[in-house]
Design a protein around this ligand. Structure first.
Ligand SMILES: Cc1cc2nc3c(=O)[nH]c(=O)nc-3n(C[C@H](O)[C@H](O)[C@H](O)COP(=O)(O)OP(=O)(O)OC[C@H]3O[C@@H](n4cnc5c(N)ncnc54)[C@H](O)[C@@H]3O)c2cc1C
Length: 485
């Protein structure tokens, strides 16, 4: 094997995993990161006595997903924390149900039953079974169930052209059932269900249910890329922080290296960008690609955003016992995320709340806590006023769900789309990357290889599948298997 000279642009989950894997395989790797810290959208920074995620993160598969596979190849990786019960389902009306990572765990089953018997949440299992049988017929239902259980995930391709709304509306009329899946699509793909691909969603549901391992890395979300970067350096690779790539050098249809914002030329025979597909095209120059490739990239849409409000607390509050909480608004499942498109403010929000100090006490001062409230929001940067109003509502809801929060709060901080765009270097505050939506998912998803020899994409814009960070790591793994020899 002749060693490649690899330049990786970006140190998020995709770039750090890919760089470390290639260094492990004996290649010469340099990662260039424009921020003064590593991790991209999956980073954690010190803040007073707290270590705080820059986003609001939770991991569906942890050591059993692509991060685990990267760690097994490298021989090192993050240490994962798990908890039972893992999350609280907060329902409109102030009811709370605690759930384990697995839906089949006795804690989850008992609480589902409790919610049903008390009329807090009626999933309509019987009416859904009857409607599914009537609409799909037994043969189709059987084939879907078999596909769902198949480790080769055939539904990923089979359902790529169906949106999540059409699939679930065809099998159920029950509001609680439909609301649950609309919220899940938003949580995992950050898309309203009429855009989200059912193929991608079936893959996410099947793979996370198989793993049943809702977890979080010790040291914060940023510990994942940080552990890969340590592995990179141990293998002689280099990470340069605060080093922005200004252009990718192409000559004779081949990538030859990059030029930094400081004007330094760094040669490389393989350039792998995790800066995103469209940004990579700009860096290399649009003329370097066939017009049809550039047009296609221009037409792709990004996911929507999660903005957040972070509460720094001087004590633990007793109204949350789990490291994560999902609040389900009592709104119609069909209109609950309309505000992303029409600019309105809904009566109630879907909230994704994490308490990283409950997974890893070293992230908060002794006795203290930090609650991060994530709110789905439009990713466009020109919707700042709407985003502020959404976070005002999130703060009001926080006080209603956790009555002791105001007295315990020592500081509050907001994360807006402009902050996320600074973390990623993208022109929107999108959470995931290129959206996993109908028409750009499955076989339509951009590939890691580009039309330029020696220029590739890694990360959440190309080649992988799954949830956010895990999709970025999956993309890195697939490209590594392609390029390692
Ligand atoms: C608020 C929020 C909540 C989220 N919640 C979850 C969650 O719960 N679970 C989950 O799995 N995922 C979650 N995600 C999504 C996840 O963080 C992203 O999908 C993932 O980080 C994408 O990884 P990446 O490596 O492709 O890109 P990024 O993490 O965006 O990294 C790209 C890196 O490239 C660098 N870069 C860009 N341009 C240049 C350049 N010209 N020169 C040098 N460097 C450059 C950037 O600075 C950045 O560090 C969340 C994201 C956000 C914002």
């Amino acid at each position: 094997m002749s060693a490649r000279r690899v330049i990786v642009i970006g140190s998020g989950p995709g770039g750090s995993a890919f760089g470390a894997l290639m260094a492990h395989a004996g290649h010469h790797v340099t990662i260039l990161e424009r921020n003064g810290f590593s991790g991209g959208k999956c980073s954690s920074l010190p803040h007073g006595g707290y270590v705080v995620d820059t986003g609001v993160h939770m991991f569906g598969r942890g050591p059993l997903g692509p991060f685990g596979e990267v760690s097994r190849i490298l021989g090192v990786g993050p240490r994962w924390s798990a908890a039972t019960p893992a999350f609280t389902l907060s329902l409109s009306g102030g009811h709370k149900l605690e759930m384990a990572s697995s839906i089949a765990h006795p804690v989850s089953l008992l609480n589902f039953l409790k919610g049903h018997l008390r009329g807090w949440q009626r999933m309509g299992w019987t009416s859904t079974a009857v409607k599914s049988l009537h609409e799909l017929g037994p043969a189709r239902l059987f084939s879907l169930a078999r596909g769902f259980n198949d480790r080769r995930y055939p539904l990923y391709g089979e359902l790529q052209d169906v949106c999540v709304r059409d699939f679930f509306s065809s099998i159920s009329d029950c509001d609680d059932f439909l609301r649950t899946f609309h919220a899940q699509a938003m949580l995992t793909m950050v898309l309203p269900w009429h855009r989200a691909s059912m193929g991608e969603f079936a893959y996410i549901l099947a793979s996370t249910m198989r793993a049943s391992r809702l977890c979080y890395p010790r040291g914060g979300s940023g510990a994942i890329p940080a552990s890969f970067l340590r592995a990179l350096e141990r293998r002689g690779g280099e990470i340069r922080l605060g080093c922005e790539v200004a252009s990718i050098e192409i000559a004779g249809g081949r990538a030859r290296g990059v030029i930094t914002a400081e004007g330094e030329f760094i040669p490389g025979d393989t350039v792998v960008s995790s800066a995103g597909l469209r940004r990579t095209i700009e860096l290399a120059g649009r003329d370097a690609f066939p017009a049809v490739y550039v047009d296609r990239a221009d037409g792709l849409r990004d996911s929507e955003a999660f903005i957040a409000v972070k509460f720094f607390l001087d004590r633990k509050i007793s109204s949350i016992r789990t490291p994560c909480l999902l609040h389900m608004p009592g709104l119609s499942p069909h209109g609950m995320f309309d505000y992303l498109e029409d600019g309105s403010i809904p009566a109630e929000l879907f909230l994704f709340v994490t308490a990283p100090g409950r997974w890893d006490p070293s992230l908060v001062p002794p006795g203290g806590d930090c609650l991060i409230f994530g709110v789905p929001a439009p990713s466009r940067l020109d919707r700042g006023a709407q985003a502020e109003a959404l976070l005002d509502l999130a703060e009001e809801m926080a006080a209603a769900i956790f009555p002791e929060i105001s007295a315990a709060t020592v500081a509050v901080e907001r994360i807006m789309c402009t902050d996320v765009s600074c973390l990623s270097g993208r022109i929107s505050g999108d959470c995931i990357g290129i959206a996993q939506e109908v028409g750009q998912s499955g076989s339509f998803r951009p590939r890691s290889a580009t039309p330029v020899d020696g220029l590739f994409l890694a990360g959440a814009d190309a080649g992988g599948r799954g949830i956010g960070t895990e999709m970025a790591a999956d993309s890195a793994l697939r490209l590594y298997w392609q390029l390692k020899v």
